[in-house]
Design a protein around this ligand. Sequence first.
Ligand SMILES: NC(=O)c1ccc[n+]([C@@H]2O[C@H](COP(=O)([O-])OP(=O)(O)OC[C@H]3O[C@@H](n4cnc5c(N)ncnc54)[C@H](OP(=O)(O)O)[C@@H]3O)[C@@H](O)[C@H]2O)c1
Length: 320
Amino acid sequence: MRAVRFHEHGGREVLRVDEVDRPEATGHDVVVEVGGAGVNPVDTYFREGSYQPFAMPMIPGVDVAGEVVEVSEYVEDFEEGDVVYGTGLSKDHYGGYAEYVAVPTDRLAKLPDGVDPIAAGGAGVVAVTAWRALVDHAGLEPAETALIHGGSGGVGHVAVQLAAAAGARVLTTAAPEYHDRLRELGADAVLDYGRDDLADAVREAGGGGVDVILDHRLDDYLQFDADVANVGARVVGIGENDPRVGFERSSAARSKDLRITMMSMFNTPDLRVPLRKLAYLMSERDLDVDVARTYDLDEAGEAQRAVMEDSFLGKLVIVP
Ligand SMILES: NC(=O)c1ccc[n+]([C@@H]2O[C@H](COP(=O)([O-])OP(=O)(O)OC[C@H]3O[C@@H](n4cnc5c(N)ncnc54)[C@H](OP(=O)(O)O)[C@@H]3O)[C@@H](O)[C@H]2O)c1
């Protein structure tokens, strides 16, 4: 089969398409014929070496969706022909940028009829992250106000929809060209993240402040979060560009009993729990994963460039 691999860490040029043996279903694995594999910023961290893959050469890709074509003798809950999606590969496992991948069944859920496997191939990391942040860590409740920074991003556009599905009032930020689509996805207010008066605009749209904040750029926004938060607000941090994250004035956070959770999707105790619930939301069209662009295996380098450098709404997906 054809698989994208890197044999050493480096820039996009280390990605190449190799001919390798098709994996077999051993242990508690099933073999999935890949219909779509999401492209995520974390794929570039493994490639560059800031995250360590478990083995070299490495097939990248944390996400996958497709049809089960082989099951191990120990697997009881999946069978050949099931259409599945999942996440949590790469860290201790080969990834989804290939024609086939063997996946442990504790990282998979069945896809209901009608859910597009290419979109579901892009769902894993971003949807589980948004679920963990808003539901598990923030405990977002109906009628609360949520601020989703960067609503056009992979995580952001799912988080907008989950917060809306939870019955929250949803504020988000994005470049102007994405405002209409984000309103369609459930945002009550969409604000340009470039505006100078953003904090005032968030407070005004939130009726004074916000209860839950999903922050993917903590180095830019941690102080901002404290400034726009209501008393008792929860901030969930999923990323930053500069690792030196901190407050300019911690008093704003302290005076509001601000709770800050920093999370990694890889720590999800049982990925099947959010994956099954998210599959249900996709089947009910309460969650649409927008596919901005698809790429062949031999375009993986370009896909990884685009995920870090281009502006788009939703997900980039490799379709072998
Ligand atoms: N901790 C975890 O478990 C976890 C899981 C998933 C992702 N992450 C991290 O979360 C981050 C986002 O991931 P992703 O997959 O959603 O990436 P993505 O699809 O590239 O989305 C990033 C979004 O940020 C927007 N953005 C750029 N500058 C901004 C600013 N100043 N203010 C607000 N938004 C801005 C971008 O919009 P424009 O392109 O239009 O500027 C883009 O929509 C990455 O750092 C990723 O590594 C962490």
